[in-house]
Write a protein that binds this ligand. Structure first.
Ligand code: ZN
Length: 127
């Protein structure tokens, strides 16, 4: 089973660590890391250095491609709802308490666990 992913860092193979040194004796080379799972950049990079190498090389292009911000964004009452979770309820032996809190008005509204877990569920205005 070879379900290994390749680190997408453009310079990964140039970092001379022992785990990158592969091949048969006499013709070993430093190689891009391959792993079944990686923890950086949504599983695309073996470490932060490789992630930042990629961004240094492609970041400007990626930002331009997906839309460069050209004006300030505003946090308003209409889009300031964030989900929160009161872990202290658990410590007090109570049921978990999930809620929305508005970062501007500080208003709180209760949530069910299902609503809390639903990443599409929001009170914020889309736009
Ligand atoms: Zn890497």
């Amino acid at each position: 089973m070879s379900n290994l992913k390749y680190c997408q860092g453009p310079n990964c193979h140039t970092y001379t660590t022992q785990d990158r040194l592969k091949g048969i004796k006499g013709s070993k080379t430093y190689q891009t890391r391959r792993r079944s799972s990686m923890y950086y950049g949504k599983g695309n990079f073996c470490d932060q250095r490789c992630m930042y190498d990629w961004f240094d090389k492609h970041g400007d292009h990626a930002v331009d491609h997906f839309g460069r911000l050209t004006e300030v964004k505003h946090l308003t009452e209409q889009n300031a709802w964030v989900k929160n979770y009161d872990y202290r309820s658990y410590q007090r032996g109570e049921e978990d308490r999930y809620y929305f809190v508005n970062k501007i008005t500080e208003e709180q509204r209760p949530l069910t666990k299902a609503q809390y877990d639903d990443t599409n569920y929001t009170l914020n205005e889309r736009g």
